[in-house]
Design a protein around this ligand. Structure first.
Ligand code: SF4
Ligand code: SF4
Length: 68
């Protein structure tokens, strides 16, 4: 088990990230309560806005979203 690092600014250390597996289906975007997801190939999560809720990751059909 890795201990969390506390030397990073709050909000940047535990955001979710979208990988290259993203097929740009758009399913995740409306699920985000803080509109942190923007369209693109791949889609992008704004780590400043992401509140780490996990809603997007649970709906992605190709499991492109993971905690980073
Ligand atoms: S984890 Fe939650 S807040 Fe962060 S991008 Fe996904 S849906 Fe939005
Ligand atoms: S749900 Fe997954 S595949 Fe679809 S746009 Fe979001 S990250 Fe990409």
């Amino acid at each position: 088990m890795t201990l969390p690092s506390y030397d990073q600014p709050m909000g940047e250390n535990m955001a979710y990230k979208i990988s290259d597996k993203c097929i740009a289906c758009g399913t995740c975007k409306p699920e985000c309560p803080v509109e942190a997801i923007s369209e693109g190939t791949p889609y992008k999560i704004d780590s400043e806005k992401c509140v780490d809720c996990g809603a997007c990751a649970s709906v992605c059909p190709v499991e492109a979203i993971a905690q980073a």
